[in-house]
Design a protein around this ligand. Sequence first.
Ligand code: BV8
Length: 237
Amino acid sequence: MTEPIVVLTGAGISRESGLATFRDADGIWAKVSIEEVATPEAFRANPQRVHQFYNDRREQLQGGEVQPNAAHEALVRLEREYPGEVLVVTQNIDDLHERAGQENLIHMHGELLKMRCERCSTVHDWRTDADTTTACPGCGTAGRLRPHVVWFGEMPFEMDRIQEALARCGTFLSIGTSGTVYPAAGFVQLAKTMGDSYAIEANLEPTDTSGLFDEHHSGPAGEQVPALVDRLLKGAA
Ligand code: BV8
């Protein structure tokens, strides 16, 4: 088997690295509402509140305690050792896949460590706090920078490239996502209808979309993903 593999990851893959998920009982949306911090309207209404939400997450991500875990590392092994193409599409805005060594990677919901200027549209690596007075390194305008992330109601990035990969893949692997947010939650249907692919879900527990997969494996990603990667590599031998 050398057919392309597409892997979709969500917040669950970063949970064992110490980052909160969104919809678990201790998740981000249990503490702050989507409407307050994760929509363009929220940013227009109270940009400083939204900057603070991302400043706090940016600081935690770089705090030193947050490191890639065995699941991130297993996906890098898959990319390096699988004879066919492996594409990781992540909904996550953390940089744990990159830090683990993943190269063929799409951040469909953007990146926490990048900022975009609403005036000149340049995108900049960003590791410090930002606020409504921060100036754009590109055009120098103050107060027009926003986190380079996709909010609700905004189009995710690189959808054409993702849909093309889903149409070609032989195996679709979904890891650590609740299958709640679209269009990502619809990728399994695209992979199965357009690509006739075999779909495997690995999540702490069953999800709303588990029934659309050929296999579901419950348990922490740090245990499930290395075992699945071993199996995929053995199947390709
Ligand atoms: C759009 C970025 C259209 C910033 C986020 C139908 C079709 C199309 C759109 C819609 C539709 N229905 C509704 C919509 C609108 C909306 C949507 O889906 N709403 C939902 C709530 C119903 N979708 C959108 O708005 C999207 N845009 O559709 O645009 C368009 C068309 C034309 C022109 C313009 C626009 C944009 C969605 C992106 C929003 N941005 N975040 C940020 O991160 O702050 S989404 C947010 O949820 C997160 O980023 C995350 O990426 C995403 C998904 O969450 P998960 O990753 O799945 O996390 P969750 O907590 O839910 O689940 C974690 C799972 O892990 C759990 O199941 C848990 O059991 C498991 N777990 C826990 N621990 C472990 C574990 N698993 C393994 N191991 C563990 N240890």
